[in-house]
Design a binder for this molecule. Structure first.
Ligand SMILES: Cc1ncc(COP(=O)(O)O)c(C=O)c1O
Length: 371
């Protein structure tokens, strides 16, 4: 018999069916699209949750990053600092704006942008914005990064696509810079099937993004557009899913944390295996539990043995400066992110995992050390 498929992470709707209630309300009132109560409330609820002044719900995290760069005044020819160790969606919107990324190395303490390397990069380039990413739910070293951005008067955008609910010194990731971005893509800690949110304490800029994202329709009796427009607003149905999911965010974080602790307890004795770093200043959402291998066992061996048993595991992100598309752009650092890519594995972190599933995963991983 083929074992049931275990995913890295998959959509997990609320046990109570909250999402369907909000969707039903949208159907009953015929507010299917474009906007409506669910959108307004979802924006308000996210802003309240992360303690920020304002939020705008968009079609994806990528669209939210694009709008954040635009609202930061990034235009063709500008430079934007971005970590190399990330998903390509962090870097692509820099290109949409006609700007150039300069990729910054990670540190081993957080796996995120290294503030020391960032400081060196500031001495080499004059960027228009810094885009920091909080990968896998781990927070970057924000105090040092915020200080550098203030010192050089540069806008700071936080790509918190993977880290909704993570805090750094008690403050939510996504709220320490000028703009923060969350993703509700299917694999995220809560999902709307697809969607994103841009948050900021600067209400005027969020209002501007809301205008751009609805095709830049002026307040006029006819269709008038004074600026370039985008079709980036989230629909009222999708926002209904988001409202339902937000009610179970804390429950999902708790389960993700238990998954991480399970792996930590049952794998840490293996020679050359370290868990991803949890910085003492942060309280992660543990979106994915990742490990770093040092020596005898390779990521490929782990991914293979799990794959043969119908269990999904993945390599950590391949750095942007190693990607064929981005290879022409500059990279600053010593190649720590290459090391994490070469040695890292993302383990199954689905909130629907049972204790039996976790036992099986751990035994399969341990079997590689016995080969
Ligand atoms: C780090 C990071 N940035 C940006 C995104 C883009 O979000 P979306 O898929 O909602 O466009 C994702 C996820 O997909 C991500 O993991």
């Amino acid at each position: 018999m083929v074992n049931k498929r275990i995913y890295l992470t998959s959509p997990h709707m609320s046990e109570e069916g909250y999402e369907m209630e909000y969707i039903k309300e949208a159907f009953d009132t015929n507010w299917i699209a474009p906007l409506g109560k669910n959108v307004d409330e979802f924006e308000h609820e996210i802003a309240q949750k992360v303690k920020v002044n304002d939020a705008v719900a968009l079609t994806s995290g990528t669209a939210a990053l694009h709008m954040a760069l635009r609202a930061s005044g990034v235009t063709p020819g500008d430079i934007v600092f971005c970590p190399s160790f990330t998903f390509s969606a962090s870097a692509n919107p820099i290109i949409y704006q006609g700007a150039s990324p300069v990729f910054i190395d990670s540190d081993l303490k957080t796996w995120n942008m290294d503030p020391i390397v960032l400081g060196k990069a500031f001495m080499m380039y004059k960027p228009k914005a810094v885009l920091v990413v909080h990968l896998y739910g781990l927070a970057a070293q924000m105090d040092a990064i915020v200080d550098l951005c203030k010192k050089y008067h540069v806008t700071l955008i936080e790509d918190a696509a993977e880290s909704l609910g993570t805090t750094y010194k008690g403050v939510h990731t996504g709220t320490m810079g000028d703009f923060g971005v969350y993703s509700f893509n299917g694999n995220k800690i809560i999902t709307t099937s697809g969607g994103g949110m841009l948050v900021s304490n600067q209400k005027d800029l969020i209002d501007k993004v809301r205008y751009w994202a609805t095709q830049s329709r002026d307040d006029a009796p006819y269709y008038q557009h004074s600026e370039l427009g985008f079709n980036y607003k989230m629909s009222n149905i999708i926002a209904g899913i988001g409202r339902g999911q937000l009610k179970v965010l804390d429950r999902r974080i708790q389960k993700k944390k238990e998954i991480f602790q399970f792996y930590q307890n049952r794998l840490s004795d293996l020679e050359g295996l370290e868990m991803m770093p949890v910085h003492p200043d942060s309280d992660p959402n543990y979106w994915l539990s990742c490990i770093l291998l040092n020596g005898k066992v390779s990521p490929t061996q782990i991914i293979k043995v799990l794959g043969e048993n119908n269990i999904e595991a993945r390599y950590t992100w391949k750095p942007m400066h190693m990607q064929p598309y981005f290879s022409e752009y500059e990279f600053v650092g010593e190649g720590i992110c290459e090391e994490i890519f070469n040695r890292g594995v993302c383990l199954p972190s689905d909130t629907k995992l049972t204790l039996d599933d976790l036992d099986r995963i751990v035994e399969l991983i341990r079997s590689v050390w016995k080969q």
